[in-house]
Ligand binder design. Structure first.
Ligand SMILES: Cc1ncc(COP(=O)(O)O)c(C=O)c1O
Length: 421
């Protein structure tokens, strides 16, 4: 709160498309889709109307002994989107609750199968999976997790497939990480319940991208060593990377997939864990203790499921993946100047996510905060992660808005670092 008081909070009154507006009517281009949630713009008339229609039916009903049309329809559509590989759905509210569900489910799955010692979780260095206690246990960002370490079950950490620096190729980093995962599984697979990872991009670590070859090999190793694979697609699902699910870059399906954020187009908190039929069957027992007893009051909320259905409709109507591919090309072009700027390095992009690093000898103190505040004064909402500047805009951003985004970033860099010329 002290940090917030030092830089006045921005109070938002309303939003439309890629813009948010404060109480004076000043506009802010939301280049990070309100923490990576928004896909089709703020106050989208189509999603608004769908929610209004659902409000006239029912706002909420518990998902215990009851069900409702939006949740059934959404589950079936998500199953279709995974080619029915992940045909079972378990709902939560935020992303972290989906991660909790997936972790608990992995452990309980093996226990039901007669392997109670498979209780360890494997995750990657620099991973981020949320901030509840279970999720923090598989999050390797010390700023978030260190304080709570006495409360957390420590995971087995494996090498990240992200190259450590520019001199290491994606494939070389991938190979090293595959070997590390293999060694870990070989030594500990009797104790390991699951391996959780962020497919293709470690977003919270600064939009760090890696090769699909790692995902493919990780899938094979999980099968070989009988470890459940959890793909956390909370940040990268719903077309963000140019494929509907990031796992599709490697042509694989995990055993469990967590989804949230873009699931409701950035409207309402909803998350879901999709799983295979064999996981579902492991809980399909007469003894209730073998069932998966986990509930949240607002699980599968009808309004949130309706927002999700409307988002999927928009995706279909606007040929979502084509829209993202178009955006991908426009972003690529608009940020070409980064390559020629000696203060910047490691320009990277996958689909609608583009990032680069500021690599000056002495990064100004509190660079990301300074950048954030300055950008806001120029009408741009952006939050660099330490020295990585990234954009992840809503899919409906126009070419001229991308131009504004790119030019404003360049202007802010010049103001903070000093003009190149
Ligand atoms: C990959 C990933 N998993 C989980 C989460 C946690 O989601 P939530 O903030 O909704 O709890 C996030 C949030 O950024 C994320 O990026």
């Amino acid at each position: 709160m002290k940090a917030h008081e030092e830089s006045a909070l921005l109070a938002i009154k309303n939003g439309r498309g890629v813009y948010l507006y404060d109480y004076e009517g000043k506009s802010y281009l939301d280049s990070i889709s309100s923490w990576w949630t928004n896909l089709f713009g703020h106050a989208n008339p189509f999603i608004n109307q769908a929610i209004i229609n659902q409000l006239g039916e029912v706002e909420h009903v518990m998902l215990a002994g009851m069900t409702h049309r939006p949740v059934v329809e959404l589950s079936e559509r998500l199953s279709v989107l995974t080619g029915h590989h992940l045909g079972r759905a378990f709902y939560g509210s935020d992303g972290a609750s989906a991660v909790e569900i997936a972790l608990k489910m992995s452990f309980h799955y093996w226990r039901n199968l007669g392997f109670p010692n498979k209780s360890k979780f494997v995750c990657l260095q620099n991973s981020y999976h949320g901030e509840t206690l279970g999720a923090l246990g598989v999050t390797d960002i010390p700023l978030f997790s260190d304080t709570y370490s006495p409360l957390i079950q420590r995971p087995i950490l494996c090498k990240s497939p992200v190259p450590l620096n520019d001199s290491v190729s994606l494939e070389a980093a991938s190979q090293l990480a595959i070997e590390d995962l293999k060694t870990t599984f070989e030594a500990h697979h009797h104790q390991i319940a699951c391996f959780i990872l962020e497919p293709m991009i470690q977003c919270a670590a600064g939009m760090q991208m890696y090769s699909a070859s790692y995902l493919k090999a990780a899938r094979a190793l999980c099968s070989q060593y009988e470890v459940l694979m959890i793909a956390d697609e909370i940040a990268v699902g719903f077309g963000r990377t140019g494929k509907f699910f990031a796992c599709e870059h490697a042509g694989i399906w995990p055993d469990l997939m967590t989804l949230s954020k873009g699931l409701t187009g950035g409207y309402l908190p909803l998350s879901v864990v999709l799983s295979t039929e064999s996981i579902y069957q492991a809980f399909y027992k007469d003894d209730v203790r073998l069932g998966f007893l986990h509930s949240h009051s607002y699980t599968g909320n009808p309004l949130a499921c309706t927002a999700a259905l409307a988002t999927l409709d928009l995706f279909d109507q606007s040929k979502g993946l084509e829209l993202v591919n178009h955006l991908t090309a426009q972003l690529f072009k608009a940020f070409e100047w980064v390559k020629a700027d000696s203060r910047l390095s490691n320009l990277r992009q996958l689909g609608s996510i583009l990032a680069f690093d500021v690599t000056v000898n002495e990064l100004p103190l509190n660079f990301s905060k300074k950048f954030d505040i300055l950008a806001k004064s120029h009408g741009l909402l952006i939050r660099p992660i330490v020295h990585s500047i990234y954009v992840m805009p809503p899919y409906i951003i126009s070419e001229s808005e991308i131009e504004f985004l790119s030019q404003t970033i360049q202007m802010c860099l010049n103001e903070i670092l000093g003009d190149l010329s």
